[in-house]
Design a protein around this ligand. Structure first.
Ligand SMILES: [Cu+2]
Length: 381
């Protein structure tokens, strides 16, 4: 009965392939399930402050073109969290009496002892009435190498805000934390969904304690269908830093989880790599949102100017991508870019505070065809 109800809900929303078991989920969760468990296999259980048992599952079963389903790196992974009660009815965090927010927190524990986070998106709650939440992560590194060996372990936490049964009282809210362990696999196709670029004059002290050029990542976020010789491309720009520095990061308040995105940042850990969104200062109704980066000696520097351009003719002509202007869009850049359907090689030119970022970190010297990194993807019409 329970299985059937959940299956019906899933099918209704997905109207496609359903992957509930196995796929990328760690096996540890199964230990938590006794024979009389209220939740299906691979689901995590919590008990709310009003004494309900909730079942939470994590899957990555579909993705919009040009992305592939599944937990893949490097690049954006499209992830779905499904929350139901023990009877299989969906939990809607936008109107539930007690559970009022959802957020995520990815962290990789490397076999070499280092740890780092990943950039992630705000939770998409537009399908909350079905108990379905989209929580995308931009994984910088796989946990499973091409030959099947492990590089470490991704711990992916889903946090649910519980208002302790007291409506409109945020002071005694608590977080339920559910830990999943997705096996993040190396992207096997010839596509490139993350372009890395740097500049020798923009350095910081990295996770190994070495002063090196800061790596900027341009993550492909979406490519719309080609219409009249162009397609709207959106990318997300992050930098590497060693301290929690993104002002867009934070614990979600009730009903506000959808406004929070961030770098999965350090949360007090001075030794973990972070990936703050990079954008020029933006005035958000009187609050100046800015990207704060640290150099090799820990000095704080505000990012003042950012430019992101794309070229699909090998660096001859460049299209300026427009910076997102809302809280949710900070660090995102988009514009219609000329292209035809099929394989696209899109060069990316990022300039931060006057420093043009190249593949090697050396100056481009006008040879932009080879100096600039590419995003490789298939466009459709
Ligand atoms: Cu790693």
């Amino acid at each position: 009965m329970l299985f059937k109800k959940i299956f019906v809900l899933y099918s209704f929303f997905l109207s496609g392939a359903v992957v509930l078991s196995g796929c990328g989920l760690g096996t540890e969760g199964s230990h938590e399930h006794s024979a009389d468990s209220a939740c299906i296999e691979n689901a995590k259980e919590i008990t709310t402050s009003d004494n309900r048992t909730l079942c939470v599952t994590l899957t990555s079963f579909k993705a919009d073109s040009p992305f592939e389903a599944g937990f893949k790196a490097p690049g954006k992974s499209t992830q779905t969290v499904f929350i139901s009660d023990s009877a299989g009815s969906p939990i809607n965090v936008t109107n539930d009496a007690v559970i009022t927010g959802i957020s995520q927190y990815p962290m990789m524990f490397m076999n070499n002892g280092h740890k780092h986070s990943a950039p992630y998106k705000a939770a998409d709650v537009t399908a909350a009435e079905y108990g379905v939440y989209n929580l995308d992560v931009y994984y910088p590194m796989p946990s499973v190498k091409m030959d099947g060996t492990s590089t470490g372990r991704w711990e992916y936490r889903v946090m649910l805000t519980d208002n302790n049964g007291t409506a409109d009282d945020t002071t005694d809210d608590k977080l339920h934390t559910l830990s999943f362990e997705p096996a993040v696999e190396m992207l096997m196709s010839s596509k490139v969904f993350r372009a890395i670029a740097k500049n020798e004059s923009d350095t910081y002290k990295n996770a190994m304690g070495i002063t090196a050029p800061r790596r900027y990542s341009v993550w492909l976020e979406s490519v719309a269908k080609v219409v009249s010789g162009e397609a709207v491309v959106k990318v997300y720009l992050t930098a590497e830093d060693m301290q929690h520095s993104s002002m867009t990061m934070g614990k979600p308040t009730a009903r506000e989880a959808e406004h929070v995105h961030g770098d999965g940042g350090a949360m007090g850990d001075a030794d973990s790599q972070t990936y703050p969104a990079v954008h020029a200062p933006m005035d958000m109704m009187g609050t100046i949102m800015k990207t704060i980066l640290h150099d090799a000696v820990g000095t704080v520097a505000d990012v003042a100017t950012v430019s992101v351009k794309a070229s699909t003719d090998n660096g001859i002509t460049w299209t300026t991508l427009t910076a997102g202007m809302t809280h949710k869009e900070l660090g995102y850049y988009s514009a219609p870019v000329p292209m035809t359907a099929g394989d696209v090689d899109m060069k990316i030119k990022v300039t931060v505070d006057g420093n043009v970022m190249t593949k090697t970190g050396a100056a481009a010297d006008g040879i932009e065809t080879t100096a600039m990194p590419s995003l490789l993807f298939s466009a459709t019409e």
